[in-house]
Ligand binder design. Sequence first.
Ligand SMILES: C=C(C[SeH])C(=O)N1CCC[C@H]1C(=O)O
Ligand SMILES: [Zn+2]
Length: 597
Amino acid sequence: DLEALEQEGREYIAHLDRRAGARKNAASLAEWAYTSNITEANEERRIQVQLELSKQEKQAWSETKMYRWQDFQDFSLRRMFKKYSQLGVAALPDDKYKLLMQCVSGMESNYATSKICDYKNTSKCDLALEPEITEIFAKSQDPEELKHAWVEWHRAAGARARQNFTQYVQLDNEAAKLNGFKDVADWWLSEYEVPDFEQQLAKLWEDVKPLYQQLHAYVRKRLRDKYGENVVSAKGPIPAHLLGNMWAQTWNNIESFTRPYPDKKEIDITKTMRDENYTPLKMFQMSDEFFRSLNLTAMPEKFWKNSIIEKPTDREIVCHASAWDFYDGEDFRIKQCTTVDYEYFQTTHHEMGHIQYFLQYKHQPVIFRDGANPGFHEAVGDTIALSVSSPKHLRRVGLISGDAEDEQTEINQLYKMGIDKIVFLPFAYVLDLFRYSVFRGTTTPDDYNCHYWRLRDELQGVEPPVNRTEEDFDAAAKYHVSADVEYARYYVSFIIQFQFHRALCQLAGEYVPEDLTKKLVDCDIYQSVNAGNALSNMLKMGSSKPWPDAMEALTGQRAMKADGLLEYFRPLHEWLQAENQRTGEYIGWEPSKMQYC
Ligand SMILES: C=C(C[SeH])C(=O)N1CCC[C@H]1C(=O)O
Ligand SMILES: [Zn+2]
């Protein structure tokens, strides 16, 4: 009878889940060995391990299919079977599976090991993305030096990946079809478990676009004042190399010479960190301490032993920051090439947020040890960082000194947050709108670059510093495109982190709507056990329930909404409208005059 069958299914899935845990542990260890020491041998070994594990997964998958789990009464048991009945890329025949692994591995190691030559000293050709090229974008205000670094990096990390990328699209789409999806775009979207998710992304952009256009117009004016109208036009897109970041995804490095009230004392966290002899380890310890102050879990001893928090000098590694779960309940690691600056201070909290999520759901079955949706995993650390970067908290830890807020200081603070959080949204949206169209075939290899820049122009209002052709492949100059990492997760994160932050601030008694002494912008949930317990209750769920249930547990809302972000930035939005009115700056941008199609 059904009761007995369901009990049998329960025992089977428990056994399968334990075996899956061992498989994921082995896969993570092989992946770690390769990305923390990029050699042919380690690449070969990683692919061998993945191939062997895919055989075991196929075997388990054929057994799982035998169960009539759709008829089971137990919601969790049905959900586990549903997740285990999706095989993934292992559905490919071995030769194609191996080829796909080689394409992605080739792109990722090209990205990680790409070097460019120095602008002035043309014989010095050992500049890596981290830390050298990143430092140029953080410091240089020479448009020609920035243009050189931009062009050389996009040649080395972008154009060189075009062939591997084209084959990866082909093979990954085949895997998608074997899993019952039309293409990889639908596979990626299915992770969000709501049928109209793509429409929801578009709606969020409509909600935020007016605010972004105001901020874009203001920044273009300030850059035109600085570099002249031959470099920055009055009504066109902003040249991508002038925004302080290789991909123009956050503009925090141009804050010092574009902030609204320049005569207000500058909050240079990086300078203070260096003056106070901060080390990467101290940054991690401070982050760990913040999480513990919320009654969340301390980093386990293995974390401090096994993590790599500084770039090694004796080997090549994948420097792009990452957090790792080894699925054995004890081994959790971060790998990043920390530099002592504000940007990596944020990144450290971001990565520690991933680890905290791993720790909170480690009691779940392996198959549920995941974010409620991919955006949730990206939002945890950033939500904490919203408190850490509040003036109240920075004063608390001595990273800024001086008087409490006045109106102008508050606008400067909101501007600093806005050129990090608001400007990121169109960038993130473009990256997966582009890849959805590639996977769907609406964008073909001979118009990869044209379609990429058309989206960048139309949605982000940025343009390439030099003309582009189909010899280039600029999308792959961004880590996640070269490493096959879906990106809508960050777009989602930058929206929901403000919903989470607002809820936590209310729970901490730090934010009371309409109470001007308890403003959202100055909320710091540090040491609030009340807020921490609510966050923990959501994180413990992992992916055991559909994400609206997890969202509701913390915020009372069951949908992604831009209202948290718009409420947080409302004073800035009003200020920008008035300021752009005052200067008569054109709002929005005309199509770029650069050649890229
Ligand atoms: C820090 C990570 C590792 Se999950 C990252 O890739 N992030 C964090 C914010 C956006 C995105 C990026 O760097 O592009
Ligand atoms: Zn992340």
